[in-house]
Design a protein around this ligand. Structure first.
Ligand code: ZN
Length: 244
């Protein structure tokens, strides 16, 4: 099975469309979405509709929870809170119900574990260091854990010696998964934070045991124009062109 693995779309329809176009050319059977479908960006309903038009597996992120009232908005910074309040007002009843029903984590395909943050703290943990990754590898039995939330395309590989190796995205060659235990983050579709404004995602092929990081340019100014129309915070608009 081939999956397009996306995360942190954040209501950025132009980025999502570009990613799905690229993934269609690369070829995939089903979509895995690791949460934060909404928040920050200007097109929450259209993004949810587009994701739902594919065979898909979706789990909830912190911004999805913030939108439907499962997370206190005081936890979020000011700009995020303004965007979440805007999203709450914008979201249709149907999509509010859809977000409410999402699980926060999911064992998947026997050896794959899906969560937005991490297996031990599915909605909230920002997994960026090897020490945290090591304790997760030791406490959970997955072969692959797919996570999002940090908006950084990263991989953590568990070595039998007990070390964890942190890796960045290599767009020229796929990560070989066979016999390994890894935590993989596809980066963010709608608000990348690694100084590269292009939308980030990955293709996972469970048959050949490979993971490809992919980057796709999209019309950032289109999303920015929608954000201006929606009167979303200027800082959120500006950061998209810088990828941070
Ligand atoms: Zn996010």
């Amino acid at each position: 099975m081939r999956y397009a693995v996306i995360s942190d779309i954040h209501s950025n329809l132009a980025a999502l469309e570009a990613v799905l176009e690229d993934a269609t050319i690369a070829g995939f059977d089903e979509l895995i979405c690791l949460g934060d479908l909404v928040g920050y960006g200007p097109d929450p309903n259209a993004c949810i509709a587009l994701i739902r038009s594919y065979p898909h597996h979706v789990i909830a992120g912190n911004h999805d929870w913030g939108t439907i009232g499962k997370a206190d908005l005081q936890i979020f910074n000011r700009d995020a809170r303004i965007a979440l309040n805007w999203t709450r007002a914008e979201l249709t009843q149907e999509y509010r119900a859809y977000l409410s029903e999402l699980k926060t984590s999911q064992p998947f395909d026997d050896s794959i574990f899906l969560s937005h943050g991490s297996p031990r703290n599915p909605v909230w943990e920002y997994l960026v260091d090897t020490g945290a990754a090591l304790s997760i590898f030791e406490d959970y039995a997955f072969a692959l854990a797919l996570v999002g939330h940090t908006h950084l395309p990263l991989s953590f590989t568990y070595e039998k010696s007990g070390n964890v190796i942190l890796g960045g995205a290599d767009y020229d060659r796929p990560v070989k998964l066979k016999g390994k235990r890894m935590i993989l983050n596809p980066g963010s579709v709608g608000q990348p934070r690694d100084m590269n404004p292009d939308a980030s995602y990955a293709i996972l092929d469970t048959l050949s045991g490979q993971w490809w990081y992919r980057r796709v340019s999209y019309p950032v100014e289109e999303t920015q124009a929608h954000m201006r129309e929606a009167d979303l915070p200027l800082r959120l608009i500006a950061r998209l062109e810088h990828g941070r």
